[in-house]
Design a binder for this molecule. Structure first.
Ligand SMILES: [Fe+2]
Ligand SMILES: [Fe+2]
Length: 193
């Protein structure tokens, strides 16, 4: 019980940090489109990207504490949130997407550059996240972290291991709050939160 409570608090704090660092992307209508596509199992592309951002942040915090390696955490989160911004259903058979595994990082980067203002680290994270499947070496340490977090999240989603549902709930709750889609019903009066 105590462990469960501690885990919830950690997830709550992580959701808060992730939301603060990636707010402009998370709240954009463009990124919300990722909710309409499935990535693995029953996980949407948006949920997958949020989960990858969470584990990227966790790994970076761990390495900062233990090895004193510094990371650009804003770019880390923003790049992770957009790393699969390819905006199509890769499960639908289409000859132009036959090599989705190899080509989608390039598509995601082009889409992300079109819709958002990105720095070099964020572009590198998106373009190289499938390394070593794609042969180009990541140029920034943040890209390696997202690539590792991506593989872990993909495995968890394929094998239906719940690793991020509470954090994803917290992110969606914050989106709803800001968009005014959440209200508490006190009976006769409804108070907007
Ligand atoms: Fe990907
Ligand atoms: Fe991914």
């Amino acid at each position: 019980m105590a462990l469960h409570f501690a885990k919830r608090i950690t997830e709550y704090k992580l959701a808060k940090e992730l939301f603060t660092r990636g707010k402009d992307i998370i709240l954009s209508p463009e990124a919300q489109v990722m909710k309409t596509f499935i990535q693995h199992g029953e996980t949407t592309v948006f949920e997958h990207c949020v989960s990858v951002a969470k584990f990227s942040l966790l790994i970076a915090c761990f390495l900062e504490k233990t090895l004193k390696i510094e990371f650009d955490k804003d770019s880390l989160v923003r790049g992770a949130l957009l790393h699969d911004y390819f905006l199509y259903d890769w499960h639908i058979k289409d000859s132009s997407r036959r090599f989705h595994g190899f080509t989608h990082p390039g598509v995601a980067r082009a889409n992300a550059e079109r819709d958002f203002c990105l720095n070099d680290i964020e572009k590198d994270i998106i373009a190289k996240h499938m390394f070593p499947l794609t042969p180009f070496l990541p140029m920034h340490r943040e890209s390696y972290i997202v690539s590792i977090a991506d593989k872990w999240c993909a495995l968890a989603e394929i094998f239906k291991i719940d690793v991020s549902s509470y954090l994803i709930y917290r992110i969606n709750f914050r989106i709803a709050l800001i968009n005014g889609d959440y209200s508490i019903d006190y009976g006769e009066t409804s108070v907007e939160v």
